[in-house]
Design a protein. Structure first.
Length: 178
């Protein structure tokens, strides 16, 4: 069982120890470093006044991760939410084929963006954090069966979209697109 000190010092210790993990989760949910930083910051600001309650939780990191996920899902439902897509070009290479990596990463992000927020959140919590169904269910406030369904439908959608993106356009399909 994870124990976290209560009070301001406990909050600061928690933030120092877990910010990188929370930022990675935020990035996987939002697809943007800046949006991930804002999501994590907003979540921590929201939880700070009730830090004693968070610190008393059986798993404080899970509590914060659930708040982060809920904040993401609820935030994208707002009419004021707008996503700005910007092109990112790395300043220097590390020997890898950066263009291929960027193209593959952008293709994956464009597929992930098409998923409903709950499916995307379930996939991030399963495949990035390697959480079991019951912990994902707790984070998403649903049953374990619903988690399995969200993951299954999300993966099926990603496979279907990836296959259709790789398939050459048929003459009837290209005529319909014109």
């Amino acid at each position: 069982m994870e124990r976290v000190r209560q009070g301001t010092a406990g909050f600061a210790d928690f933030v120092r120890a877990n910010t990188s993990s929370l930022l990675r989760t935020g990035y996987l949910l939002t697809g943007s470093h800046a949006a991930a930083e804002e999501l994590v910051q907003d979540t921590l600001v929201q939880l700070y006044p009730k830090w004693d309650k968070v610190a008393a939780a059986e798993l404080p990191l899970a509590y914060v991760r659930r708040s982060l996920t809920n904040r993401f899902i609820n935030g994208t439902r707002r009419a004021s939410y707008r996503e700005a897509l910007l092109e990112f070009v790395p300043d220097r290479g590390d020997g890898r084929d950066d263009v291929t990596l960027l193209v593959e990463r952008e293709a994956l992000w464009s597929l992930l963006r098409t998923l409903p927020d709950r499916q995307r959140a379930a996939l991030v919590l399963r495949f990035f954090h390697d959480l079991p169904d019951d912990e994902i269910a707790t984070a998403l406030s649903c049953r374990a069966g619903t988690v399995r369904s969200l993951i299954s439908r999300g993966l099926a959608t990603l496979r279907e979209q990836a296959d259709s993106a790789d398939a050459p356009a048929s003459p009837t399909r290209s005529r319909r697109l014109r």
